[in-house]
Design a protein around this ligand. Structure first.
Ligand code: PEP
Ligand code: MG
Length: 754
């Protein structure tokens, strides 16, 4: 059964649209379970009706025509109870309702299971039999498992445009798609779909003007792949046993086959561009293999996909060089990466919408650094269909409108104008100091990592750099940068900000920050080899970086070091020893380097409980709330499925940060926050109330937070902190702080507009 389940799920995910996916489900289930009827009803959330969307066994004409409220019929009963209903003789049940158009009276046995997504019933899956006998438990469990596997995809389809939109394949522009706020601001522009290389399943359809050129483009890619495979065969023939080398012969045969090449050319002739046409052909072939019972033949589906990827890759490398970015590009993709943002010409990207990720993903952090509004975790956006469409992304609320209605557009144009006024007002704060009305200084520093965000950081009025993420210069190279290369990069930052302080964090790779040239494959990367764990295991990498930083600071003396992911005292002591060693070496080489201040990031729960021990050995602490939140709440910071649970205003996070502030102060050490919490206006009030010494954030957040600091007296911040600590849940905490911001005239910081 498991195998059947996998096969159905795979076929469904390869389906071109939802109608096709639903048809596949009912067809396959009816065959496999050997039942007389299999149908799917989906919930129209607006009218609260269940609509028959696909059936095998009932009259085909009843699809779309049968609509019933939750309170009616057995299907309604399944939805109402959100539980399976299993009956041997349905017509006997008081809730049985007869629909003449379906011919349903002939069936007795009835089993319905709810399709539930995010705690909401989105549909009902039904099987029926002529015979009068209850379905066994195994069948009930199987159907429930299928329903749970399909729920996400179905909810996605529903969100695109409701049930009616789904039937007409229309996207409703007045209906927002919901994601997570990623970076504040409002983006109004044109969707530009970006994809990782060679992801054949996410290639969209696109019409072509010159079909002959497009066909030639495809054929050229095929010729290139053929040469590539032939070279491979030559290399492998000697090394591989005969049977295995035959695999490549099969590849070559496929590359010549009419069914693969001819079918793709036909699709291009019908008007689709080459990558879209190829996707369809590969999908068709691969699913034919997937559906085979013979495991050997089923495996061949993978070969077809592999070949498809190779051809696609050839076409994409050429396409990437010619991709056009209008001046109002809103990048849309399954997973927008930092490099995709960097690839676009500067100034052309006005927004980002990513299916995956959340507020604290590194892409969102980068978007904030660049002042680009972003919505993350928008898993309902039909990436394949939106390229070139008008799109609005609201980075405050996480709402996205595709093909927005005139009313929605007008409203957002108004809000964007207000935003611009607000930003102009905030710019005026640039030269004012960050001080509360009762005279408490809370210096604001910038988080940087890219050469391109140095200038915005300076312009924002930052008093220095509170977190320089050194991994970005490592990520954009194809090997570890050497000492002098690193020294140059660091020197530029230190010089630009001098005499202001710059806190450089040592290499923090692992987790979601991968280096292409240092692959780490782990089941739980966030609990694995990351941050200081890697650099302590590789002192040669660590020492090169430390020496580069120290040498870069000669004569400037504005460097502080920050150690990431410290989870115990031993790690700190080993790091201190290596720092002393690097310092001694550089001095020995004749460089007059002063010993930098050394800070520890508190981003692991164990560090919270040992904050005093850490503070005693270090010069300062800096709370990394992005990771601390994920580890305290056990919520992956990049997983959009649990993004709603990721909340830095959670009482547990607040208490942990308070504990760190108290511990640092008890040891006479300053403490800052350099996670995204520092740039959250609501959280900033509480951090002020806790007595935080400084805050470090994206340049784009800095003026907003300065406005907060200059608007709230410390006594008022403490009062609000005490008040919200009485709440047991993050929701009322955020609500209360938003009201406080509104009352102080700062409502524009937490929603679109002024
Ligand atoms: C953090 O975890 O809060 C932090 C600042 O580090 P990063 O976001 O780079 O993991
Ligand atoms: Mg971190």
């Amino acid at each position: 059964m498991l195998e059947v389940l996998h096969r159905i799920v795979k076929e469904v995910s390869a389906a071109r649209d939802v109608d096709e996916a639903l048809s596949v489900i009912v067809r396959r289930l009816k065959d496999f379970l050997k039942v007389d009827v299999c149908s799917i009803y989906l919930v129209d959330q607006e009218s609260r009706q269940l609509v028959l969307m696909a059936t095998e066994g009932l009259n085909a004409g009843s699809v779309g025509a049968v609509r019933l409220p939750f309170e009616e019929g057995l299907v309604g009963l399944v939805a109402e109870r959100a539980e399976p209903v299993n009956l041997d003789n349905a017509p006997d049940h008081p809730r049985f309702r007869y629909f003449p158009e379906t011919g349903e009276e002939r069936y007795h046995a009835f089993l319905g299971v709810p399709i539930i997504h995010h705690r909401k019933v989105v549909g009902v899956l039904i099987i029926q039999q002529h015979a009068s006998s209850r379905f066994d438990d195994q069948t009930v469990d199987f159907l429930a498992t299928i329903a749970s596997q399909l729920a996400g995809g179905i909810a996605h389809a529903e969100a695109i445009g409701g049930i009616d939109g789904l039937r007409t394949k229309r996207i409703d522009g007045s209906r927002p798609l919901l994601g997570q706020p990623g970076a504040p601001g409002v983006a109004i522009g044109t969707a530009v779909v970006v994809r990782p290389f060679a992801d054949i399943d996410s290639v969209p359809d696109r019409p072509v003007d010159n079909r002959a050129t497009e066909q030639e483009r495809f054929l050229q890619a095929v010729r290139n792949v053929r040469t590539e495979v032939k070279d491979m065969v030559d290399r492998m023939t000697e090394a591989l046993p005969k049977g295995d080398a035959a695999l490549f012969d099969a590849y070559l045969m496929m590359l010549d086959s009419e069914s693969l090449i001819g079918a793709t050319l036909d699709r291009i002739r019908d008007g689709n561009w080459a990558p879209g046409a190829l996707r369809e052909t590969i999908r068709e072939h691969a699913s034919a293999f997937d559906a085979m019972e013979d495991p050997y033949l089923r495996e061949r589906g993978q070969d077809v996909r592999d070949l498809g990827r190779r051809i696609l890759q050839r076409m994409q490398s050429e396409e990437q060089a010619t991709r056009e970015y209008p001046r109002d590009s809103v990048l849309v993709g399954e997973e927008i990466s930092a490099s995709m943002l960097a690839e676009a010409p500067p100034g052309h990207v006005v927004g980002v919408v990513s299916v995956r990720g959340s507020r604290t993903s590194h892409t969102a952090i980068l978007a904030r650094a660049l002042g680009i509004p972003a919505v993350m975790g928008c898993d309902d956006i039909p990436v394949g269909r939106v390229g070139g469409w008008a799109i609005i992304a609201d980075g405050y609320s996480g709402r996205v409108y595709v093909n927005p209605s005139p009313a929605v557009s007008l409203e957002y144009i108004r809000l964007q104008r207000e935003e611009a006024e607000l930003s102009a007002g905030l710019r005026d704060l640039r030269h004012l100091i960050s001080e509360t009305p009762d005279g408490v200084r809370v210096p604001l520093y910038a988080n940087t990592g890219l050469v391109s965000d140095i200038q915005p950081s300076l312009n924002s009025g930052a008093e220095g750099v509170g977190l320089y993420r050194t991994e970005f210069p490592f990520m954009i190279r194809d090997r570890f940068p050497g000492e002098s290369e690193q020294r140059q990069v660091y020197r530029q930052v230190l010089e630009t900000f001098s005499p202001r302080p710059v806190t450089m964090r040592t290499l923090d790779i692992g987790g979601d920050k991968a280096l292409s040239y240092f692959p780490i494959n782990e089941d739980n990367p966030f609990l694995g080899w990351r941050g200081i764990r890697i650099t302590l295991d590789h002192p040669e990498i660590f020492l090169v970086q430390l020496r580069a930083m120290l040498r870069a600071s000669v004569g400037l003396d504005n460097l502080s070091l920050l150690l990431p992911m410290v989870s115990g005292i031993a790690e700190l002591e080993e790091s201190l020893a290596l720092i002393r060693r690097a310092h001694a070496e550089v001095i020995e080489e004749g460089e007059a380097v002063v010993m930098p201040r050394i800070g520890v990031m508190v981003e692991v729960p164990s560090a919270v409980y040992q904050a005093r021990n850490l503070a005693r050995r270090a010069d300062f602490l800096s709370v990394g709330t992005n990771d601390l939140t994920q580890y305290l709440l056990a919520v992956d910071r990049n997983n959009s499925r649990v993004a709603e649970l990721y909340e830095t205003l959670h009482p547990a996070v607040l208490r942990a940060v308070m504990q760190v502030v108290e511990a640092a102060h008890a040891e006479g050490r300053p403490v800052s926050v350099c996670g995204e919490m520092a740039g959250d206006p609501a959280a900033a009030i509480l951090l002020l109330g806790m007595g935080i010494d400084s805050l470090s954030m994206s340049a784009s957040s800095l003026p907003r937070i300065k406005w907060v600091i200059r608007s709230f007296e410390t006594a008022r911040a403490r009062e609000l902190l005490d008040e919200v600590l009485a709440y047991e849940d993050p929701v009322p905490i955020r609500e209360r702080l938003n009201v406080a911001l509104d009352e102080a005239g700062l409502g524009g910081l937490v929603r679109a507009g002024k």
